[in-house]
Write a protein that binds this ligand. Structure first.
Ligand code: 6YU
Length: 503
């Protein structure tokens, strides 16, 4: 029966916690989460830079409005400030690209004015919107978003800036910064890897993106408080999930368990159902050893085809700001990048060129003068291999060039290293060139497949990567955990409609 079945959830990120919460609420009591590390939260991770709270992982609630379950939870737990919860904030629809007040600095130490940057940003936003329109229609003119944007820029820019030929070089360089920024948004090495046909699959919700003033991890802490203390088994990386397994000892009821979970430390756990929530990057890296028997080929191929890249942050603290008081985001423009290319030619020498700029952490009264830099791709993965002083040196040189101020010196630095995190292996999912919604369906499909004679729903799959329209987000992850919990709940609900008395 449902309440007796042994359920293990692999991974204590928001999707795993969400799944556990729903199952326990529904009356399942043999529910455990096995987590590789010593903490809950996974890619939600709040850290410290001096006295300041900084987000190493997820930053915003994307689209904070009633339909967003993360927003609803955050409101229930009273984790947001008044403004974020206001009706007005919830109705603002920015289509996923918040309109921060920008400052633009160039590699010759110039600051660009709104008359140059405004039209360039509008032009680029229109191209992004266009890129989203091929979803489901088929017949996309080019395989990737990067190739499409580059072709459109070549086609449309001469006409758009016919009257402004003198500035065309700097305009192209600005567009190049925006293209690199999209690599951060999508979490990819290059926009040439992001599929054009599927770009519109990602859905945005209304609401002006907001933060957790006390840290994103507050959400995790509150969700954890609703779970019994001993639900999570920490510091137990799972090595292999043996499904269709026949050697587990007899259960008290007389039947045996179909799944055996083997941990790196040799411990084993017998289960009726396992919900796997490990990141797609982890599955890619360990695909040949993580499941036994191995995953069915179509599932394996989708894991290989789907995109999972790196987006990292570099936090810097300053004595004094070098940006305008109202500035919310700083963009860096390399004046020599007049030919659109979102990858650097020599990663070791020029990785820093991939750093597109910084968010200014607000309010200043809370943070002082702290910037959050963004860098994606292989350049970002290379940055992870450098020591903190090496990164600080490169960033300091960069800022001196772009501000024209040879004395600027950040006083503290903190950077994320998501690619080298052994249990993330990158940042988040994107739909790669050649992928479609079917690949996400394949990722989410439970094992064994329908039609097999063995016990059903042995292994289920949740996590950010398995959500068809909100992949790469916290709300997508949470919804995927709930979805797999529901799948089990439905499985144990008699078809007649009345819920088993044991529940
Ligand atoms: C969001 C945002 N945000 C920035 C950065 C990152 C991410 N996201 P988890 O990994 O959390 O949990 C798995 C657990 O499994 C973990 O604890 C592991 O330790 C454990 N595990 C692994 N292997 C194991 C093993 N073998 N045994 C046992 N345990 C094991 N999302 O909503 N707002 O601002 C950002 C951002 C730097 C890294 C983000 C953001 C993504 C979320 O963090 C992420 O989806 C969820 O936390 C994942 O939860 P989970 O439970 O699935 O996995 C137009 C268009 C384009 C399309 N894309 C645009 C979207 C923009 C997305 N932007 C994100 C941006 C930022 C800045």
């Amino acid at each position: 029966s449902a309440s007796d079945s042994q359920i293990f959830i692999i991974g204590c990120g928001v999707s795993g916690i969400g799944a556990a919460q729903k199952l326990l609420k529904h009356g399942f009591h043999n529910v455990h989460i096995i987590e590789a590390t010593a903490r809950s939260g996974g890619r939600i991770r709040t850290g410290r830079l001096g006295d300041n709270i900084v987000e190493i992982g997820a930053n915003w609630i994307h689209g904070p409005s009633k339909e967003n379950p993360v927003f609803r939870l955050a409101c229930d737990y009273q984790l947001l400030d008044k403004e974020s919860m206001s009706e007005e904030n919830q109705t603002i629809d920015i289509g996923g690209h918040p309109l921060f007040v920008p400052n633009w600095f160039t590699s010759s130490g110039r600051k660009l004015g709104p008359e140059t940057m405004g039209p360039v940003m509008d032009f680029f936003m229109k191209l992004l919107e266009k890129s989203q329109q091929f979803h489901d229609g088929g017949g996309e003119p080019l395989p990737s978003v990067g190739e499409f944007i580059k072709a459109e820029v070549e086609r449309l820019a001469p006409e758009e800036w016919k009257e402004d030929q003198a500035n065309i070089a700097i305009i192209m360089a600005m567009i190049n910064t925006l293209l690199k920024l999209e690599c951060c948004v999508s979490g990819t090495h290059t926009m040439d890897d992001v599929g054009l046909g599927a770009f519109g699959m990602y859905k945005t919700l209304p609401g002006l993106d907001c933060i957790f003033p006390g840290g994103y991890e507050g959400l995790i802490d509150h969700m954890m408080m609703e779970l019994p203390k001993d639900v999570v088994l920490y510091n137990k990386p799972v090595k292999c999930i043996h499904w269709n397994y026949t050697k587990n000892g007899p259960k008290t009821t007389g039947t045996s368990f179909p799944v055996m979970i083997e941990c790196v430390n040799g411990e084993t756990f017998a289960a009726d159902h396992v919900i796997v929530t490990v990141p797609l990057g982890y599955l890619k890296k360990h695909q040949s050893t993580f499941m036994s028997p191995p995953l069915p080929l179509h599932k394996l191929h989708s894991i290989q085809r789907m995109g999972f890249g790196t987006n990292n942050k570099i936090f810097l603290e300053f004595e004094q700001p070098f940006w305008d008081e109202d500035c919310e985001v700083i963009y860096l423009v390399w004046e020599d990048e007049t030919h659109l290319a979102d990858v650097v030619s020599d990663v070791k020498m020029s990785w820093i060129r991939k750093l597109i700029g910084f968010n200014v952490l607000k309010p200043t009264e809370r943070y002082g003068h702290v910037l959050c830099g963004w860098i994606a791709g292989w350049e970002s993965e290379y940055m992870e291999t450098l020591s903190e002083p090496e990164v600080l040196h490169s960033v300091t040189q960069l800022l001196r060039i772009f501000t024209g101020n040879p004395t600027i010196t950040p006083r503290k630095l903190l950077r994320s290293r998501w690619f080298h995190d052994p249990y993330s292996c990158g940042s988040y999912t994107y739909v790669a060139k050649g992928c479609s919604g079917y690949d996400i369906d394949n990722l989410a499909e439970p094992l064994p497949l329908k039609g097999s004679n063995s016990k059903s729903l042995q292994v289920l799959f949740a996590g950010e990567a398995t959500h068809g329209s909100f992949f790469s987000t916290v709300h997508g992850a949470l919804l995927s955990g709930w979805r797999e919990a529901e799948r089990l709940i439905t499985h144990y609900t008699p078809a007649s409609g009345s819920v088993s008395s044991k529940l």
